[in-house]
Write a protein that binds this ligand. Structure first.
Ligand code: PD2
Ligand code: ZN
Length: 292
């Protein structure tokens, strides 16, 4: 019996390969539908070789800028003016230390952003309102309990207490980013064993709930995690893509920005498990536009 390799069969082979099936899987599928193995193998080889040759000869596809994926076009992001490599920067009402900087991912570690009294005041005004942390659920745009995040937390509104207002003004000045573009502080409390598994803070454009979330000020473009106390062991903020970890020191903070909602920003980050003691942080997320 002779078996003919038709154009339809070639098309089917290319479809299977394009869908991610390996040649072995495509071969098995052909054999199970009655093809002699040697014929199927020859068809597979010649079709895929020809397909690769014609694909390689094609000029690259040029995507018009307007249609380009968000991943390909970075947006403006906040940053500190560190062009003269200052040891300290002026936050208006206090001088803040520049401890370390990294360019990719963009990370800046600050010292003395908050006073000890401000840290205490934030903890005490947050404490009565703590609830098991939720994360924004990008499938729906609502909020859900997240097993990757075993801390408790609460949100302040912008300017809710005098300490919140003072620190918000400091951040806006240091980053030259409108105060109105900031979400309200989120305060998190981690007990021993609690952690926040590595994640991105931007909203995944592929998730169906993201357009709803973006109506309130566009994407998140930067994060500032402020340490309000010091766990005895554990609880660092980690950047697994670059093997970097920031120790939680009271009054210090770690800033990082992401000019596109994409892993190429290398801003995967997490809160390592607290081993001993407890950890309190306040997080400020900055949006592209006014957060309403
Ligand atoms: O508490 C942290 O170190 C931490 C780590 C990762 C906080 C956040 N992400 C966050 O609030 O997004
Ligand atoms: Zn985060």
């Amino acid at each position: 019996m002779s078996q003919t390799i038709t154009p339809e069969l070639r098309r089917w082979i290319i479809e299977q390969a394009s869908a991610g099936f390996t040649p072995e899987v495509v071969l098995a599928s052909m054999v199970s539908s009655g093809w002699q193995e040697s014929v199927a193998l020859a068809a597979l080889e010649s079709t895929l070789r020809e397909h690769l040759r014609t694909q390689a000869a094609k000029p690259p596809v040029v995507v018009p800028v307007a249609q380009a994926d968000a991943a390909a076009t970075g947006v403006p992001v906040p940053d500190f003016n560190l062009s003269q490599s200052p040891r300290q920067i002026d936050a208006g009402d206090r001088m803040v230390d520049v401890i370390a900087t990294l360019n990719h991912p963009r990370v800046v570690v600050l010292g003395n952003l908050l006073s000890a009294q401000e840290c205490e005041a934030l903890i005490e005004s947050a404490r009565p309102h703590l609830a098991r942390s939720l994360t924004v659920e990008t499938k729906t745009g609502g909020e859900e309990l997240n097993p990757d995040r075993t801390s408790s937390g609460m949100f302040f509104t912008r300017g809710q207490t005098p300490e919140v207002a003072a620190v918000e003004a400091r951040i806006a000045r240091l980053l030259n980013w409108p105060l109105e573009n900031g979400e309200g502080f989120q305060v998190l409390n981690y007990k021993p064993g609690a952690e926040y598994k590595p994640h991105y803070d931007y909203f995944d454009p592929a998730e169906p709930g993201t357009p709803t979330i973006l109506r309130r000020g566009g994407q998140r473009v930067a994060t500032l995690v402020m340490y309000l106390n010091e766990p005895t062991r554990g609880g660092g903020t980690t950047f697994p893509d670059v093997g970097f970890e920031v120790a939680p020191v009271r009054g210090n903070a770690v800033f990082f920005s992401y000019d596109r909602p994409h892993p190429s920003t290398r801003t995967l980050h997490g809160g390592a498990p607290v081993i001993e003691g407890e950890k309190w942080v306040a997080t400020k997320w900055l949006r592209e536009r006014e957060f309403i």
